[in-house]
Design a protein. Structure first.
Length: 274
């Protein structure tokens, strides 16, 4: 039986007095996703909203300011990180470069599946199509002037990750076993607008609309979704908002052509990954 490298890293963390076991109560951040389509209301890789788009989704009041990011992921062709429930994402924030960051995310089916972890940035529950996914993430900021997201220098990326001891305790063994094999996925461009629901019950809830397309337009696909976040203490109201938004999107009637994780879809469309 092969060694579970993630568990080795987590055992190392257990030796630290700052480590502690995760419980459901640690997951204080909730994020809800509603996949959608836009029909012909937006052109491919649109950088501006159209009147037909606003009319189709007229239950949301959108801001016109565009937020734009470039996203890519790192793994080996046989998905060594995925095998240990780890995801590495490099995201350049084009609109606000200082917010660019590398995110190391651990995933599990339930809180207890993480064992012992510490010093994480965020413990979150994602709800997509009503299904919960648990994650713990670590964010490492970087300068786009040092790392080009479109053509990653793997040595630079991993040297930056090495500076975070907690992260490297988990990644180090995997990296050392596969250091010549890491490749990146296609680069995805994310165009995003913020808005609010035109319903007084949820007027203080920020709704994000994201439009994902490959940066080089190959393959020519589009992923679109609405999402919003909140604190677990407001879960009842967030659930109500989710049901409201989901129903409204269903009534619009645009087929999304995509359900579930954009990360999985990005790996699937990238040549070189099994």
């Amino acid at each position: 039986m092969r060694n579970n490298l993630l568990l080795i890293g987590l055992v190392n963390l257990c030796l630290s007095s700052s480590a502690y076991a995760l419980s459901p109560g640690e997951f204080t951040s909730l994020e809800y996703h509603v996949n959608t389509g836009v029909g012909k209301t937006l052109p491919y890789a649109a950088k501006a909203q159209t009147s037909s788009f606003k009319q189709a989704f007229d239950f949301i009041k959108f801001d016109d300011e565009l937020s734009q990011k470039l996203v890519t992921y790192i793994d080996t062709p046989d998905r060594a990180f995925k095998a240990e429930s780890i995801q590495i994402r490099v995201r350049e924030h084009i609109t606000k470069p200082r917010k660019s960051k590398i995110t190391v995310k651990l995933r599990a089916k339930d809180p207890q599946g993480f064992g012992e972890v510490s010093n994480y940035k965020k413990a979150e529950v994602d709800y997509t199509e009503g299904k919960a996914a648990y994650s713990v993430s670590y964010d490492i900021p970087y300068s786009p002037g040092d790392i080009d997201v479109k053509k990653l220098d793997m040595e630079l990326v991993f040297n930056l990750l090495k500076k975070n001891k907690v992260v490297w305790d988990m990644l180090g063994p995997i990296y050392e076993s596969n250091k010549q094999q890491f490749i990146q996925t296609v680069v995805m461009r994310t165009n995003e607008w913020e808005g609010t629901l035109k319903d007084d019950r949820f007027s203080n809830l920020e709704i994000d609309f994201q439009l994902w397309t490959p940066y080089y337009r190959k393959p020519r696909v589009t992923f679109t979704e609405f999402s919003f976040k909140g604190h677990v203490s407001d879960k009842a109201k967030l659930e109500e908002a989710y049901q409201f938004l989901y129903q409204k999107v269903q009534e619009v009637g645009f087929s999304s052509g995509h359900q579930g994780s954009k990360t999985k879809a990005t790996f699937k469309m990238t040549e070189g990954f099994k």
